[in-house]
Design a protein around this ligand. Sequence first.
Ligand SMILES: Nc1ncnc2c1ncn2[C@@H]1O[C@H](COP(=O)(O)OP(=O)(O)OP(=O)(O)O)[C@@H](O)[C@H]1O
Ligand SMILES: O=C(O)C1=C[C@@H](O)[C@@H](O)[C@H](O)C1
Ligand SMILES: [Mg+2]
Length: 172
Amino acid sequence: MKKIVLLGYMGCGKSTIAQKLSKTTEIPFLDLDKCIENKVNLTINEIFDKNGEIYFRKLEHEMFQELLQSPEEMIIGLGGGTPCYANNHELLNKEGVDSIYLKASIDTLYGRLLHNKSKRPLIADKNEEEMREFIATHLFERSFYYNQAKYKVSVDEKTIDETVSDILKVLA
Ligand SMILES: Nc1ncnc2c1ncn2[C@@H]1O[C@H](COP(=O)(O)OP(=O)(O)OP(=O)(O)O)[C@@H](O)[C@H]1O
Ligand SMILES: O=C(O)C1=C[C@@H](O)[C@@H](O)[C@H](O)C1
Ligand SMILES: [Mg+2]
């Protein structure tokens, strides 16, 4: 069954948009980060602290494959880094997968992440100046992988409803 996969940088709105898209379409939504947390009964922060990022990336790859193999139709919100590790980007164009890159500018991401960084281990310890620099460089490095998505939807200056409506248009 069809999978709708939302991807993009931390804070672009994957989890938020996927929840609303799920309500509108009545297709169930699963958040990859949440699935990983439930599987090992640890938060993302705890996994990074206790086992390190490489272990997290392994869990992330296994969980992404597991969800794609499930027989259910579902919307999957990826983690910010999912497409960039373990050749996960190659899974974005598998048969039956509609992947959508939620594309946000550095300004949009900075504005959203500045006060919401504590649960995101890659940026939790950065000050305001470091954050902007980090987002700019990191987004540039990751863009190649995000651009492997089948569709792109810009989220800048859009409400949640507007982004959901744009997603429905590309999927129609
Ligand atoms: N128009 C908008 N669309 C989406 N999110 C918005 C919008 N305006 C504000 N936000 C806020 O931006 C944040 C987006 O965070 P969200 O957790 O959905 O991103 P994410 O892409 O899932 O990040 P992560 O990769 O860290 O899981 C939320 O706090 C949300 O309330
Ligand atoms: O951008 C990233 O690499 C991450 C984003 C989050 O969704 C989590 O998957 C984790 O904090 C790593
Ligand atoms: Mg999320």
